[in-house]
Design a protein around this ligand. Sequence first.
Ligand SMILES: [Zn+2]
Length: 305
Amino acid sequence: MILDYVRRLLIVFLLALCVSIMFFTGKIAKAEMNEIAEETVSWTFPVEGVITDSYGTRSGTHKGMDIGGDIGSPVYSVAKGKVTKSYLSKSYGHVVFIRHENGYETVYAHLENRLVEENQKVVQGEQLGSLGNTGRSTGAHLHFEVHRGEWTIDKVNAIDPYMVFGQGEVGQLVFAHEKDPFQAVGVSGTPEMTQDVSSGELDQSNERKVNHIVHKGETLWGISQQYNISVEDIKSANGLNDTNLVVNQSLAIPQSAAGSKYVVKQGDTLYSISVAQGIDVNELVAWNGLDLKTPIYPQQVLKLQ
Ligand SMILES: [Zn+2]
């Protein structure tokens, strides 16, 4: 009889324990998220591009987020800090590690180049290098990691960057230097829908102008490279005050500004470009401050005069 009573008590106790564990772990997770949000409240986003992969994918082994973008796009420090590592890694490629004052460490990988050295102090928004495709990488993107504490080889301190910058999703445009890089999407008003005009088709009028319909994931920078003109030229031709675009937005691309530049395609060499453009290869390298051994890369813009 007493044994039965004890057993019942034990069951009640165990049930209560389970419920309280569920309750507290939920609380702890929530509290931790709030703490992280507080500790990183001033951070700004490192690069402009499109989210191509998020934290925790690849069976949990992907300990960062990927932002696809244009090779050469500036990559900025999310906050003030000190460069703990800046080197060429087999897996990370050209990579920069920043230690922040709150003890966090951030990692910027697969860079095209690095502009900072170890032990150098950086301010928030300072350029660390350019977006690239170096190391174990299968396309131009920034692999970005946040560690709440030191970076370690097993990445135990890694946290989801969405906890810092808010919940995003793959395919979404993100903006550099923004506190909330996701919110910038869709703020530039009602898109002007045009009929029967597809990307790159010539305008009906006699003006030397091409209409470009903005597709998901495109940036003003990317479009400017596609048409060999500057971001400023596109902005002034369309009366844009900022670089925010919306999907299906129609952009007038002035053609007068183009023609004196060349955007490098996959497989190009300095020689193949000079032959195709009917110019001397020595002049081509001189105009661009290169030499014949300088590597060129897709999306790089070369001057042709
Ligand atoms: Zn990655």
